[in-house]
Design a protein around this ligand. Structure first.
Ligand SMILES: NC(=O)c1ccc[n+]([C@@H]2O[C@H](COP(=O)([O-])OP(=O)(O)OC[C@H]3O[C@@H](n4cnc5c(N)ncnc54)[C@H](O)[C@@H]3O)[C@@H](O)[C@H]2O)c1
Length: 273
């Protein structure tokens, strides 16, 4: 009987694959025997990330391809290159995303100081950067009769978290889009295409390191507040998302669609008291 978690030779596209979380997930999937398309904006960075992955998994099946997730013709070129090399697409991990300083309200400011262009860019990257790859790769998954899309939400989607107004709105949109697309794809694919989201809590990455830690590695006031409100009392490690990514992409979650899976050390279920 095949393992519910067997993903050997499955073809997965990972966007934002040079990033902290999605990059780590791409390397993990390749180590499990999957065929992984590493999608990001810089081919040079993608090739370096693939070379790092091959240090631990010499036989990793990786295809680095450059594209901006907001550029439809570039995504279509990726689709064509994947079909030429591997003939199918079994899943999409929409990892490209993140915040921008202008869409953040620092404690000395309030909403009326918002840089609306930055707000729009954050919505564009996180929401449209999830919608557009789904639009481009779904017809191929539908034709192949199987597919799992995994989006990235954030702990700032279900509740208000200070400062991150644009990012929170974008990730709330990603969650609703996840549910909407799950229902639509269930209808048209007869349950063969599933759409879910991960909700990572707080993980240290390049984007938030300066916000959460000082140069000497100690926690900033915001970092302390987050750790205090995380029952596990620490930030997550990128590898702690691998199990959830694997589960949502593999047959183990065949009857799971439209869900948002929190991997947050308890942050979103804790009242803080
Ligand atoms: N790190 C965290 O604590 C955390 C928490 C919750 C949610 N998330 C979300 O998880 C996802 C992955 O996060 P991460 O920490 O790996 O972020 P990251 O900033 O390390 O990586 C994001 C990647 O996306 C790429 N990217 C940005 N714009 C792009 C574009 N237009 N086209 C293609 N690629 C583009 C970047 O180059 C980068 O490689 C993101 O959606 C993020 O918002 C992260």
């Amino acid at each position: 009987m095949p393992s519910l978690f067997d993903i050997k030779d499955r073809v997965y596209i990972v966007t934002g694959a040079t990033g902290a979380l999605a990059g780590s997930a791409a390397a993990y999937l390749a180590a499990q025997g999957a065929k992984v398309v590493w999608l990001g904006r810089s081919l040079e960075k993608l090739e370096a990330a693939v070379a790092r992955a091959r240090q631990t998994t010499p036989d990793a099946q990786c295809l680095p391809l450059a594209a901006n997730v907001l550029d439809r013709p570039a995504l279509e070129r990726v689709r064509d290159a994947v079909l030429e090399k591997w003939g199918r697409v079994d899943g999409l991990l929409n990892g490209a995303g993140g915040n921008m300083p202008g869409a953040t309200i620092t404690p000395d400011k309030n909403f009326t100081d918002l840089d609306f262009d930055a707000f729009r860019q954050v919505i564009d990257l996180n929401l449209n950067g999830t919608v557009l790859p789904s639009l481009v790769f779904l017809p191929t998954m539908l034709a192949g009769g199987r597919g799992s899309i995994v989006n990235y939400s954030s702990a700032s989607a279900p509740q208000a978290i200070s400062r991150v107004v644009g990012y929170s709105a974008a990730k709330s949109g990603v969650e609703n889009f996840t549910r909407w697309l799950a229902a639509d794809m269930a209808r048209v694919s007869g349950g063969k295409i599933r759409v879910n989201a991960l909700m990572p809590g707080f993980f240290l990455g390049e984007q938030n390191r300066r916000l959460l830690t000082n140069e000497d590695g100690s926690l900033t006031a915001r970092g302390k507040l987050i750790v205090q409100n995380t029952p596990f009392g620490r930030f997550g490690e990128a590898a702690e998302l691998h199990g959830a990514v694997h589960y949502l992409l593999a047959d183990a979650s065949n009857f799971v669609t439209g869900t948002v899976l929190a991997v947050d050390g308890g942050f979103t279920t804790f009242s803080g008291v």
